[in-house]
Design a protein around this ligand. Structure first.
Ligand SMILES: O=C(O)c1cc(C(=O)O)c2c(n1)C(=O)C(=O)c1cc(C(=O)O)[nH]c1-2
Length: 230
């Protein structure tokens, strides 16, 4: 029997991973301080789109591996949130519009010409993790979203303040995530605390979240190196 205190300690350990979240990466700090030029913002947007495009494939892998119907009923919403069900809906479409707002064509985002090797490697590792690890670990790896809303609010404010050349309509994706991310991460946290009851399962969940922090950090390392100042 797991006590409430044990669960609280586990949740606190998961939340403590926030100190390794990519909001602290120098590239994000610079972005939020208004220090990026057009080329750097375009490079970030095109490369970050590769992450976006792969999220529904990652979530479909979790669905494929998950035997719990109640979990699947919730999780499938993530695929629909990104893909939409028709025409101009969904997060991927919103991200393409952000790309257009920073001066990228749809074509150059979709054909992946700007995607650098380090970003591809890190994002592909995340999808492979979801395909090959136990599904609860893959759910735990999504818990970086517990930390995302603060970064999204900061990013929205920073874009409006420091990058007035970006059409405000391009920022709709981040606005949508302000409500989607807390809803998704609260569900993921319930699943992880329900399923990870033994010390080994809890350690594996923590390791999965740590791995994901590394994925996000590596993405920014690769972008920062490619689009260095000057
Ligand atoms: O722009 C960001 O900083 C950021 C970070 C994360 C994250 O923490 O993994 C996600 C997103 N955005 C995001 O838009 C998103 O849909 C998303 C899904 C997931 C996930 O792991 O399932 N993370 C994130």
């Amino acid at each position: 029997m797991v006590t409430a205190t044990e669960t609280e300690t586990f949740v606190a350990a998961l939340r403590a991973q926030s100190r390794r979240y990519h909001d602290r990466h120098p590239f994000h700090r610079k972005m939020n301080e208004g220090g990026l030029d057009h080329r750097q913002l375009r490079g970030w947007t095109a490369n970050r789109f590769y992450y976006q495009q792969n999220l529904p494939r990652k979530d479909a892998a979790i669905l494929a591996n998950c035997p719990d119907r109640e979990v699947r009923r919730h999780w499938i919403r993530r695929v629909i949130d990104q893909d939409g069900t028709t025409g101009g809906e969904g997060g991927i479409e919103a991200w393409l519009r952000l790309g257009e707002a920073v001066g990228l064509s749809r074509e150059e985002m979709q054909d992946e010409r700007h995607v650098v090797p380090g970003v591809r490697f890190a994002v592909d590792a995340y999808v492979t993790f979801a395909r090959t690890r136990p599904w609860v670990e893959a759910v735990a790896s999504s818990l970086t979203e517990l930390f995302a809303p603060d970064l999204m609010s900061e990013r929205l404010a920073a874009f409006e303040r420091h990058y007035p050349w970006i059409d405000r309509r391009g920022l709709a994706y981040f606005r949508a995530r302000l409500t989607q991310a807390p809803r998704d991460s609260e569900h993921a946290l319930r699943v992880v605390t329900e399923y990870c009851v033994g010390p080994d399962e809890r350690a594996a969940a923590l390791a999965a979240l740590s791995f994901k922090c590394d994925v996000l950090w590596s993405v920014l390392d690769a972008i920062e190196r490619t689009y260095a100042d000057g």
